[in-house]
Structure formats: structure tokens, C-alpha cells
Design a protein around this ligand. Structure first.
Ligand code: GLN
Length: 195
């Protein structure tokens, strides 16, 4: 299995490290030709406006959309913003998932926080919460269930912070920063079941 990590800006090295620890071949993606032969792609956290501008500059937007039609893609934080159809403002987006996302949704005082999440798709239960790190994170404002979007995790107040639509996955938080590999394993399962 070969997984690419979009390496225009942001936390791509951390994803590559975890993928390699899981025994998966992981490569940095900067140009359209880097997508050839990949089984899946991760779009990391960072700054979604920068990622969007660079993707436009490098001619990556259409190749990424074409890739995503066929193959699993997982966006974390800024990656989630980039994958959304609607973020209520104008910036370059892949516009893949039928979700509405609000950037920087957690206010200034709490720009960053960590919390234990119950994620039923990981079968973790209350006993083994997933450590989720939020850094100037977005939230899911709306998810189109009729289009097949399934919310995978919520904060205690009900805010949706992870979702899946077919072979596309998004998380508001940064699973690559905690050393907990369960979300990466979940994505790799998704890739295995798609290939
Ligand atoms: N605030 C960033 C944005 O709007 C996302 C932050 C992150 O990826 N940690 O793109």
C-alpha cells in the first residue's frame, strides 16, 4: 500500500512518520505526477488558504479532484476545510464533501485544546477515548446525511468534529500529533476496503 501526504504546507511530516511506523510506504505530494500509483491521500492541517493557493499555483486542484473520485482521501483540520463544499467564504477548495464547515470555530480564548473523544467507528468506548488536539480548529456546521455523510465524532456539547462520506474522511483535530495511531489505522482500513 502506498499513501501520499499533500506536502504544500502544514503538518505533513508527522503524518508521514506515523504511516511509516505502521509499515506503510508514504510519500510527499507536491505535484500532480506525485499522485500516480497512490492508494490514498492525506491532506494535513496547516493554513487552508495557503494550501488552497499553493494547490492552485501548482495545478493540483483538478488532479486532486480526479484522484479523490477514485481513491480515499482524509483531511485533517485545514485539510477538512479544503475538502468541504461550503465554508461560507471565498477561498480555493476541492469542494468534495457535502459538508458545511466553519473555520476557526472555537474562538480566540480556546484556540487550542485537547480532549478525549468517543469515536464509535474506532470501537474505543469511554474507556479508551481518542486524544484529540484542536488547533484553531474548524467545526462541522452541517453534514448532508442524505448525500451519505456520516458524523463520526462529536464533542460533549454536540459539535460535530469528524465525518465520513463514502471513501472520504475529515477530522477537525490532529490525530498525527498525539502518537495514537488508531485514526490512521481506520483510514488504512478504508483504503484497503476501497482497493
Ligand atoms: N485555522 C486554520 C485554517 O483555517 C486551520 C488550523 C489547522 O489546520 N490546525 O485553515
Amino acid at each position: 500500500m502506498k499513501i501520499g501526504v499533500l506536502a504544500l504546507q502544514g503538518a505533513f511530516i508527522e503524518h508521514i512518520k506515523i504511516l511509516r511506523e505502521l509499515g506503510v510506504e508514504a510519500v510527499e505530494v507536491r505535484l500532480p505526477e506525485d499522485l500516480a500509483g497512490l492508494d490514498g491521500l492525506i491532506i494535513p492541517g496547516g493554513e487552508s488558504t495557503t494550501i488552497g493557493k499553493l494547490a492552485t499555483l501548482y495545478g493540483l486542484v483538478e488532479p486532486l479532484r480526479a484522484f479523490a473520485e477514485e481513491k480515499p482521501v482524509w483531511g485533517t483540520c485545514a485539510g477538512m476545510i479544503f475538502m468541504a463544499r461550503d465554508i461560507g467564504r471565498d477561498q480555493p477548495l476541492l469542494g468534495l464533501m457535502d459538508i458545511q464547515v466553519e473555520r476557526n470555530a472555537f474562538g480566540r480564548q480556546v484556540d487550542s485544546f485537547e480532549t478525549g473523544l468517543d469515536v464509535p467507528a474506532l470501537n474505543n468506548g469511554q474507556a479508551r477515548p481518542f486524544p484529540a488536539v484542536f488547533i484553531r480548529a474548524p467545526r462541522l456546521v452541517a453534514a448532508d446525511e442524505e448525500a451519505g455523510v456520516q458524523v463520526l465524532a462529536r464533542l460533549e456539547d454536540g459539535t460535530a468534529v469528524a465525518a465520513r462520506q463514502g471513501h472520504w474522511l475529515v477530522t477537525s483535530f490532529h490525530p498525527e500529533l498525539t502518537g495514537d495511531k488508531r485514526f490512521h489505522q481506520y483510514f488504512l482500513e478504508l483504503v484497503r476496503s476501497t482497493t
